[in-house]
Design a binder for this molecule. Structure first.
Ligand SMILES: C/C(=C\Cc1cc(O)c2ccccc2c1O)CCC[C@H](C)CCC[C@H](C)CCCC(C)C
Ligand SMILES: C[S@@+](CC[C@H](N)C(=O)[O-])C[C@H]1O[C@@H](n2cnc3c(N)ncnc32)[C@H](O)[C@@H]1O
Length: 259
């Protein structure tokens, strides 16, 4: 099935104010996030590979296997970006399955689509790229057999609404698997994570003129939820059970919740 990028499913915003790039990202501004991820789209994959020494691919594989996606499943990769988890899901569900990758950055979706066309795997044609907002999903209730969200939840401006939407579109007894940085309660782990961002990640990003965008990583982790708080949020919106696993030596975490 030929891959298509759906036109924006949400009505275009009534206003489009010009964003002058602030010295610090206003963390509560969705448009600033959208612009940021569009700016980093050209180098996003390479920087992730270099800065995590390729480890992020292992963490993403773990997250997908925890989602319960299997042959023939109908699955959603939320905040899909350049498509890493969507491609992994595509291999998991096979030609009889269906993967929807949703993101609100046209540039990220464009990278995902070109990666899809440049790869030899036929199953990737079970992926459909949709431009949309994770906080207002254009899908019916109880529609998906699994939902993944890789490094997305920390970036939306309303964690609760995002979790509610994931719950709504999941079929009963199906799982969501949410991978992100871990907001550790252990001060040593937190300081290692912050040191790496300050002294490795940001200087590397600076060579691409993206220091501000990668500085945001630290503040977004500080404003994120701990593993226990993520488990609680999932139960609050109605998930039957939830469990947060620390991975990558505690630098990353993955929440698995069952509807
Ligand atoms: C795939 C990873 C991060 C994705 C990602 C998420 C975001 O919210 C961003 C926001 C703004 C800019 C960029 C991103 C972004 O890339 C995780 C791996 C890539 C990280 C950039 C590198 C993190 C380094 C770890 C703190 C230490 C790794 C130690 C060891 C080499 C495993
Ligand atoms: C760090 S990237 C993660 C990309 C991919 N999941 C991965 O693991 O590499 C975060 C993505 O979330 C998207 N995003 C952030 N907020 C969103 C929202 N409210 N609706 C849809 N996409 C959003 C950004 O455009 C970006 O592509």
């Amino acid at each position: 099935m030929a891959a298509t990028i759906h036109l924006r499913l949400q009505p275009p915003p009534t206003h489009r104010r010009r964003i002058s790039w602030p010295r610090r990202l206003p963390v509560q501004c969705a448009e600033a996030h959208q612009a940021m991820f569009s700016r980093i789209a050209p180098v996003y994959d390479n920087l992730n590979d270099v800065l995590s020494l390729g480890q992020h691919r292992i963490w993403k594989r773990m997250s997908v296997s925890w989602s319960g996606a299997k042959e023939g499943s109908n699955v959603l990769d939320l905040c899909c970006g350049s498509g890493d988890l969507a491609f992994l899901l595509s291999e998991k569900v096979g030609p009889n399955g269906k993967v929807i990758g949703l993101d609100f950055s046209k540039e990220q979706l464009s990278v995902a689509s070109s990666r899809q066309h440049s790869r030899p795997k036929a199953c990737y044609y079970n992926i459909e790229w949709v431009e949309g907002n994770a906080l207002e999903l254009p899908f019916p209730d109880s529609y998906f057999d699994a939902v993944t969200m890789g490094y997305g939840l920390r970036n939306v401006i309303n964690f609760h609404k995002a979790m509610e939407e994931m719950y709504r579109v999941l079929k009963p007894s199906s799982k969501v698997s949410i991978l992100d940085f871990n907001k550790s309660t252990d001060t040593f782990s937190a300081s290692i994570q912050e040191w790496m961002i300050d002294n490795v990640v940001v200087p590397a990003a600076n060579s691409y003129g993206l220091a501000e965008e990668y500085k945001y990583l630290k503040s977004s982790i500080q404003e994120f939820l701990t593993g226990k708080e993520l488990e609680k949020l999932a139960l609050e919106v109605g998930f039957e059970n939830s469990k947060h696993f620390e991975i990558g030596g505690g630098l990353m975490g993955n929440l698995v919740a069952t509807r």
